[in-house]
Write a protein that binds this ligand. Structure first.
Ligand code: F6R
Length: 598
């Protein structure tokens, strides 16, 4: 993949955390009195959702020891020697951007003299330039990665390691967040450019990691490094520097709990949806104010942008703003946001992003901010780039979501935009209504009635209208992501304009209906599909659809909240199908949780 920075540098001062570039890895480091290997391996397990092509660790001491492998952290664990106490270590879990995901390309990379080991999160844009500089000095690379260059450059600098880190970090263009250790030196050296990095001092040593989840087991607070800041962390100090001088920064509470060990995170995250909805309700109620509602009402243009599942939440939000509050809104895929008319100061742009790190979303946000738009982030990570950059944040508090397929965060995003649309319409969601929703969600999750073996097919279709089309699209995405089977969602009324040609007796169609007013037209669609031989399963919160079988949702008075229930059987279906096919739903192929590449 050729990755060039076509976006130039941020000119907007608000974008202090430009994790929008090309980095989809997790890195972690520790220096202290405890077992560094165990702590770093524990961190890698927590960060594995950020990339799981390959993994590696470097253990410090009089001689550096590097272990790395293609595949998962468990494979790395199996190759590590027992014992081998050391007090300094760095580790990496990778989603490949440069070079195949094999052991040679896995991090850490050693310098030519084997005295320095580096793990890197990012992509060096001046890789070719740096490579030829090294070649001129007779140094060649053993891997296909750009990251290896950093290790050689550090070794070439020689002298004071902290100064070498500053110089090499400064020389690197693009995104270059890295950790380095040197033989015979107890410290871990940290440099941040482009990709997120937190450092923290705990009772038994200091830590560095690309996200707070890896630290939360050991420390309560951490310091978020900004671009071009670097650090030397040891058992006793966690010293941060910029431009050659030590700086003192405040640390922020890590309001995240590391996910508990469990056989299937997606299962646990679906089960947690009722509780997550309650937390979102509280947080969003606190943050929603008249000022925001007024801004939405007064804006000449209201735009909602996000990617993948978050984009589906945007489509739902657009419908509700229009239907509940009479506000014309547009929902755009953040990756396509710059294809439309440029925004200006009369625009309110709302960005939905679970991680707050998605590169396409951050870039769209940057463009909107530069155009003068008022920006709102709906995110699940309080310290994320999106939250730091936005004028206003609605924090979801869904809890850490580590399964790649978004489930609980989607339901919480729907709830948050529903509450916003109500507020704009001069209404609020009452606690009794929330209670009915969470009770309904509990019932849906307990029932799990949709799955049938014949749904393990490439001829699966989902159809619906309006808010149900949004749910159909989200269901199809979930199925594709974790079953690798073709599942397509269509607007029910559009079938007869083309896609119905695909339907035959091999086809299974899930027909969604959560609105009573849609029933007559959905019944007509179901009848058309059945007469062409399709097996049709209704998923209904509104009434009978005349399908071969119908799964009824728990009754819920509020029509606009029914999509939050309706998506649950589809999430369950995707999960059951994935497990039935013997796949790992938590870590589907070719994907990683935070897509921080453009
Ligand atoms: C789907 C999924 C992705 C994400 C998308 C945006 O299950 O998880 O489609 O929704 O990559 O991620 P965030 O919400 O972190 O911006």
């Amino acid at each position: 993949m050729s990755l060039v920075n076509i976006y130039g540098e941020f000119s907007c001062a608000k974008f202090l955390c430009p994790a929008y570039k090309y980095c989809m890895c997790g890195i972690v480091g520790y220096s202290g009195s405890q077992n560094a290997k165990a702590i770093v391996m524990d961190g890698l397990r927590t960060l594995e959702y950020r990339g799981y092509d390959s993994a590696g660790v470097a253990l410090g001491g009089d001689r550096l020891k590097v272990f790395k492998t293609a595949g998962r952290v468990n494979a790395l664990d199996a190759m590590l020697p027992a014992g081998g106490a050391c007090h300094t270590a760095i580790g990496h879990t990778r989603w490949a951007t440069h070079g195949k995901p094999n052991a040679v390309n896995a991090h850490p990379h050693l310098s030519y003299d084997k005295k320095i080991a580096v793990v890197h999160n990012g992509v060096l844009e001046n890789c070719a330039e740096l490579k030829s500089e090294l070649a001129g000095k007779g140094i060649s690379c053993v891997s296909e990665t750009d990251s290896e260059l950093l290790a050689h450059l550090l070794a070439l600098e020689g002298g004071d390691m902290l100064e070498a880190v500053r110089r090499v970090g400064g020389k690197a263009k693009g995104s270059a967040t890295f950790l380095a250790i040197r033989e015979g030196d107890p410290a871990v050296y940290v440099f941040r450019k482009g990709a997120s990095m937190l450092v923290a001092k705990g009772e038994y040593g200091s830590f560095a990691a690309s996200d707070g989840l890896a630290l939360a087991r050991y420390v309560g607070t951490a310091t978020v490094l900004q671009d071009d800041e670097y650090a030397r962390i040891t058992h006793d100090v966690c010293a941060i520097f910029k431009d050659g001088a030590r700086i003192f920064k405040s640390s922020t509470p890590l309001r995240v709990s590391p996910p508990k060990e469990c056989a299937c995170h997606m299962r646990a995250e679906i089960d947690e949806i009722p509780a997550a909805l309650e937390r979102t309700y509280l947080k969003v109620s606190e943050a929603l104010d008249d000022e925001l509602a007024d801004r939405v009402r007064r804006a000449k243009r209201v735009m909602l942008a996000g990617c993948g599942t978050a984009f589906h939440a945007c489509r739902y939000g657009k419908l509700l703003l229009e239907q509940m509050a009479g506000i014309c809104a547009e929902a755009v895929a953040a990756s396509e946001a710059d294809e439309g008319a440029p925004v200006d100061g009369d625009t309110l742009a709302l960005f939905v992003t679970q991680s707050g790190e998605t590169a396409d979303t951050l870039l769209a946000m940057k463009r909107c901010a530069e155009g003068g738009a008022y920006t709102v982030a709906v995110t699940n990570v309080e310290s994320s780039g999106a939250a730091l950059a936005a004028d206003k944040t609605l924090f979801l508090d869904a809890g850490a979501e580590v399964a790649v397929a978004a489930t609980k965060s989607y339901c919480c995003q729907l709830l948050a935009v529903n509450m916003l649309a109500r507020r704009v319409a001069g209404d609020i969601l009452r606690e009794e209504e929330l209670k009915k929703l969470t009770n309904g969600a509990k019932e849906c999750i307990a029932r799990c009635e949709l799955f049938e073996k014949r749904m393990l097919t490439d001829k699966l279709f989902l159809v619906g209208r309006g808010q149900d089309l949004v749910t159909a699209k989200e269901g199809a995405l979930k199925l594709k992501e974790i079953t690798y089977r073709q599942a397509e969602a269509y607007a029910a009324g559009e079938l007869k304009h083309g896609p119905i040609a695909l339907i035959d007796s091999e086809s299974t169609v899930i027909a969604l209906a959560t609105r009573e007013d849609c029933l007559p037209r959905m019944r007509a669609t179901v009848s058309e599909l059945r007469s062409r031989g399709a097996y049709v399963v209704g998923l209904s919160g509104a009434g009978d659809l005349g399908a071969d079988k119908t799964v009824f949702l728990p009754s819920l008075e509020d029509v606009t909240l029914r999509p939050i229930l309706c998506v649950l059987p589809l999430q369950e279906l995707a999960l059951c199908s994935s497990l039935c096919l013997g796949l790992d739903p938590d870590k589907p192929r070719n994907l990683a949780k935070s897509v921080t590449v453009i």
